[in-house]
Design a protein around this ligand. Sequence first.
Ligand code: MG
Length: 392
Amino acid sequence: MKHAVLIVAGGRGLRAGGEIPKQYQMLGGVPLLRHAVQACLRHEAIDHVQVVIHSDDQALYHNAIRDLPAAEKLAAACFGGDNRQDSVRQGLEALNRLPEPPATVLIHDAARPFLKPDAIDRLLTALSQTPGAILAVPVVDTLKRGTRQGQIQGGADRSDLWRAQTPQAFHFGAILDAHRAAIGLNMTDDAAVAEQAGLAVQLIMGSEENFKVTEAEDFARAERQLLHSLGDIRSGQGYDVHAFGDEPSRPLMLGGIIVPHSRSLAGHSDADVGLHALTDALLGALAEGDIGQHFPPSDVRWKNAASDRFLAHAANLVHERGGVIAHLDLTFICEAPKIGPHRDAMRARIAAICGLDISRVAVQATTTEGLGFTGRREGIAAQALATIRLPM
Ligand code: MG
């Protein structure tokens, strides 16, 4: 039996504000959509993941899914229609064009980043008994009817009311037929489309944690919830030294930017001693070796390489583990150049490489009062501390 997931990411996400659709805004250092895609790719029972996007969002989408583990399960995105129902149908038609269409499909919102594996298990189990099953939570608040002016006009019985969530899971052929028959009805979820076709749909207990990021303030709630689930806090340190060299054409790269200076550092890559220390700090926090192991100096691929690749790789290893970078603290040890005037540009660059807010990146500098090799201006040393949070 083949199980597919269809993730609907074609909306414009206007209620959340921001300059790009909400599914591409950042949560925990990665685009919101990536959380849902990753949760589905990680699940062993899921064979195939299809995402439906808006045709304007292709660049945003490719950035959001870059370097995902188990990416062989992820199909090329297809484009959605004018509304959610149309977009789901386009996605189902894409699945139907597979050489072997799936037996079941879980239809999921891109804006629900907290999908747990056991919820997928319960939906798939339910589908052995029923053609449709959705996650939902019972309404617990007392319900009131109100006038436009805000006057209460009686209540409503909540005892049989549930709030529908996603995924909504169905036998594939049945929901495809139901969607084809429902063109133009503009229903708000797939359970309604299924019901319209006479399919029985089972309610499966969801959780409040599986909420949908809708308004701008939901991002703050999601960020808090994400951090709460990431209680495995780790620190790593990194240290690096590069000597000044005499290659006149070579710029001095420090902290990811070019720093105007009379001398530059020697090294196999671009010799950015700051980014190397940060990369080692992240690898240390993950207990995944060091920069020399990941990017051997003996490998010609890394000759003159821009060190932002090394740092981005280490940051991505954190994200692959479902973690976030809590803080990066980088200290340069040198007599010259002066770091202060470049501090904020370095912080901004490091933050951009790691997908972090600039408030989570510190850059400091110190001299050694003329003592030692840095005091003699023979080279620059850098040390870094990285704090990361991983899932418990
Ligand atoms: Mg180095």
